[in-house]
Design a protein around this ligand. Structure first.
Ligand code: RIB
Ligand code: CA
Length: 313
């Protein structure tokens, strides 16, 4: 077995975050150094609890879970209970967690881990607003060159936005944090709505997941059943987009994705387009190509990977 890839997952569960965390915990390719919760889909008091519920569902109670930022850098917190339910993890009835929450702040954990580990060893996988990552970079600029890369779910370009006509939720909640991260010089893989909207939880794909009949695959199907209903109504599709597991799947099988290096800037001035990711896909500016932007995915290959892996738990 080659060396496992050291990752920190930063997340705001969220049903799709839950599937991403399950995929990571089920995959021996990873050494999950820790999972840091951030306010986003629901407040931090719920996202940190939801991370622990998911780790216990995966029977990984030894996972180190940290609470990070409870609000964006500058703006008031905007949440999404209308999508995820009041707990943020509506669907299955998951028990209250017993495993501990680490006492260290999530941002301190990110800084300390990057300072302790060899340069280029740690990958940050972000599934929510980028508040924790931005705070770590602001407080400890020395960690930027040590980060192997940031693989993030967020943004949109030809697909537009999902919380406003121009902004995707993770970026919209904390656009100033996103601007800090995209200007940091850290290598970024950006997985936007243009990609995740092609990863639809169709009836056939969820039935194939349920066929495994394990506690985890059943809970995963129930999470998706709840999560997808909002987007099915909104987009009129068979199934909804499964955003966050694309981040982990990219690390496992990058060959099922495609994209190109682009300049990405974040709108932080205009309320009309606040949080828009301005992606120079056609290279019409001479602005630096600061992100590898993913546009396409082999959705069947993605769901095959996701299902096969979580069925191991
Ligand atoms: O826009 C989709 C993103 O916002 C996903 O990460 C989802 O969990 C929410 O955080
Ligand atoms: Ca998320």
């Amino acid at each position: 077995m080659p060396d496992r890839r050291a990752i920190i997952i930063d997340t705001d569960p969220g049903q799709d975050d839950a599937l991403a965390i399950l995929l990571a915990l089920a995959s021996d390719e990873f050494d999950v150094l820790g999972i840091t919760a951030v306010a986003g889909n629901v407040p931090l008091t719920l996202t940190e609890k939801n991370v622990r519920k998911i780790c216990e569902l995966a029977d990984r109670p030894q996972t180190k879970v940290f609470a990070g930022s409870s609000r964006p850098l500058m703006r008031d917190l905007v949440t999404a209970e209308y999508v995820h339910g009041k707990t943020g993890l509506d669907g299955p009835d998951l028990p209250e967690p017993v495993m501990p929450l680490q006492t260290q702040h999530g941002v301190d954990f990110i800084i300390e881990t990057l300072r302790e580990r060899a340069s280029g060893e740690v990958t940050l996988c972000t599934l929510g607003p980028l508040t924790n990552i931005a705070l770590a970079l602001i407080r400890a600029p020395d960690i930027a060159p040590k980060i192997r890369e940031i693989v993030m779910m967020g943004g949109g370009f030809f697909e537009g936005g999902n919380v406003t006509p121009t902004a995707e939720f993770n970026i919209y909640v904390d656009p100033h944090a996103a601007a800090t991260v995209f200007r940091s010089g850290v290598p970024i893989v950006m997985i936007p709505l243009d990609c995740t909207h092609k990863a639809l939880t169709t009836r056939d794909r969820i039935a194939a997941m349920r066929m495994h009949g394990t506690k985890v695959t059943e809970a995963a199907a129930e999470l998706i059943d709840f999560f997808e209903r909002f987007d099915e109504d909104k987009y009129g599709t068979d199934g909804g987009p499964l955003h966050d597991p694309c981040v982990i799947a990219w690390l496992l099988k990058p060959e099922i994705f495609s994209g190109r290096d682009c300049n990405v800037e974040i709108e932080t001035g205009s309320e009309l387009t606040m949080g828009m990711t301005v992606v120079d896909w056609w290279g019409v500016t001479d602005r630096p190509k600061n992100a590898h932007v993913i546009r396409d995915i082999d959705a069947d290959g993605f769901f095959k990977l996701l299902t096969e892996r979580i069925a191991r738990l």
